[in-house]
Write a protein that binds this ligand. Structure first.
Ligand code: ADP
Ligand code: MG
Length: 259
């Protein structure tokens, strides 16, 4: 059975699917600071990858390289077959394929929820307003807050704002969703509603890269976990491999501090 939304067969086992993200030998510096060191990562269509690691280890920098929010000095990144060199046309093509959700929701405060969601599809995808609004309403249903469509971000709770941010990213019909600590700015009682939306999205077959400290989410939802430390990948594997049988001292130390 072909997945309705994505261009891969959801019944094909993960290891037999094609790669959608290929990063080879990525190195990045901020001035003298070497922040990404020989990072190699490949991600399959429909795979959910959770990125863990201490603060300052390069997690945000890494996921931001995937939609060219950060430039790299060495290495190659291919997203859905498009080479992310510094070619502006390629960068624009990739940004259309990748949705990003940040810790601080980054909604436009002076626009209604509906306007926030329809803006990019109307301007970038050139959709008619009516179609964009229909799709936006379907997405608001999907994230559980259709009744908030005509409110402004400031009138919503943090959890609701983050769900709008997810709907807004999905409105561009991305093939990949990047999440950078999406629940870190939320009060505890709102974390679950956002994680639940992300879980449903993962089950629907979306390719996702998620930086998070939510270990239960990682264990339950991730196909693979990657541990970063000091700009390097220390270890990667399934949640069971990484949590129950970590191989590296660094991983054991990190887990002992966080769990
Ligand atoms: P993480 O997301 O794992 O906390 P980051 O990717 O944000 O780590 O940061 C990695 C390192 O790069 C840190 O030492 C951080 O201080 C540094 N850094 C991040 N952004 C910049 C920047 N724009 N300019 C200079 N240094 C930066
Ligand atoms: Mg970060």
């Amino acid at each position: 059975m072909k997945n309705e939304e994505f261009d891969f067969d959801a019944n094909t086992p993960l290891e037999e699917r094609d790669d959608i993200i290929v990063c080879k030998g990525i190195n990045k510096w901020y001035g003298d600071l070497h922040v990404l060191k020989d990072v190699d990562v490949t991600v399959k269509h429909g795979e959910v990858v959770v990125i863990l690691g201490p603060s300052g280890s390069g997690k945000s920098t890494f996921i931001r390289t995937i939609n060219a929010l950060e430039e790299i000095q060495q290495g190659e990144i291919k997203v859905d077959g498009i080479d992310l060199s510094n070619d502006v046309a390629n960068i624009e093509a990739i940004r259309k394929e990748t949705g990003m959700v940040f810790q601080s929701f980054n909604l436009f405060p002076h626009m209604s929820v509906l306007k926030n969601i329809t803006l990019a599809p109307i301007w970038v995808r050139k959709w008619k307003k009516k179609k964009a609004e229909e799709v936006a309403m379907q997405l608001l249903e999907r994230v559980g807050i259709p009744e908030q469509a005509h409110k402004y971000p400031g009138q919503l709770s943090g959890g609701q704002q983050q769900r709008v941010a997810i709907a807004r990213a999905l409105a561009m019909q991305p093939k990949i969703m990047l999440f950078d600590e999406p629940t870190s700015a939320l009060d505890p009682e709102m974390i679950k509603e956002v994680l639940d939306v992300m879980k449903t999205l993962a089950k629907s077959g979306m390719t996702m890269l998620v930086v998070t400290h939510e270990m239960n989410f990682a264990r339950e939802v991730a196909d693979r976990i990657i541990l970063f430390d000091e700009g390097k990948i220390i270890e990667q594997g399934s949640p069971t491999e990484l949590f129950d049988n970590p191989k590296h001292e660094r991983t054991k130390l990190f887990l002992s501090q966080i769990l």
